[in-house]
Design a protein around this ligand. Structure first.
Ligand code: GLY
Length: 263
């Protein structure tokens, strides 16, 4: 038996003033885990709370691409090896639900019109996502990692994508090992400039370091200092097979929160 836990962030650049919004999502995940729900359920439902909150660059509050369109990416991975991701979805307020629907499918990921056609065939909500102009120079993304009583870990991530990016651009969030990675009882999620995160394969490398004996914070600190070649604003969260989850960013601008059940 494991002790349930969750850690979540509202994105590098979202600002510390949005901490209460992240705490609301963590509380939803905690309630699900306390009542015996799975890590997948907790991570997805907390991610939906963040996608529905217009202050975050994900779901409803996603920032415009350079042509004014809104393209959404989301991903989820589970410690049993299952994975689902969607890229550049339009008219989908909760892309994390579509990504999660792929967990038990033969395919891992879908993009664009194909992703939306899949969502239509499964009855996932189709509605215009209004989006908004970027409110700050930096990017943001939302992410949740949950651990349930069975020890299963799930990492859910969702974004409207970095500011000032063209339609069709692919960021780190739907790329395995980059914006997310779950392996051997360790989950890691990243946020920030997706190109830098992808070039550094940040989530995979942090998970590997933790599995090699590194601490959560130490491993994230190493990645932020050693694996980013251009000083891009980036943040991370991580959760292991025991103990509390942690968040770390190379600025003060990433709101994050964690919870662990009493024994
Ligand atoms: N980290 C989100 C993005 O670059 O799209």
């Amino acid at each position: 038996m494991s002790i349930p836990a969750v850690v979540a962030h509202g994105g590098a650049g979202a600002g510390p003033e949005r901490l209460a919004n992240v705490e609301r999502a963590v509380a939803i995940a905690a309630a699900i885990l306390e009542s015996g729900g799975t890590a997948v359920e907790a991570a997805v439902e907390a991610c939906v709370v963040l996608e529905d909150d217009p202050v975050f660059n994900a779901g409803t509050g996603s920032v415009f691409r350079t042509d004014g369109t809104v393209h959404l990416d989301a991903s989820i991975q589970v410690s049993d090896g299952r994975m689902g991701f969607v890229i550049a979805m339009e008219d989908t307020p909760n892309p994390i639900r579509v990504a999660a629907d792929l967990l038990d499918e033969e395919i891992n990921g879908l993009t664009g019109e194909g992703a939306r056609a899949w969502a239509d065939s499964k009855g996932f909500a189709k509605a215009p996502v209004e989006g908004r102009p970027p409110f700050k120079e930096a990017t943001d993304t939302v992410g949740v990692i949950a651990r349930d009583r069975s020890g299963s870990i799930a990492c859910a991530t969702s974004t409207g994508g970095c500011s000032d990016r063209p339609p069709g651009r692919v960021g780190d969030v739907p790329l395995p090992g980059c914006g997310f990675w779950v392996q051997g009882g360790v989950g890691v999620g990243a946020t920030g400039i997706g190109e830098a995160i992808t070039r550094g394969m940040l989530s995979f490398r942090v998970a590997e370091r933790i599995l090699d004996g590194g601490g959560l914070e130490e491993s994230m600190m190493w990645a932020l200092e050693e694996c980013l070649e251009d000083g891009a604003e980036v943040g991370m969260i991580a959760l292991g097979s025991e103990g509390t989850g942690h968040g770390l960013a190379n600025s003060e601008n990433m709101p994050w929160s964690s919870w662990i059940a009493r024994k």
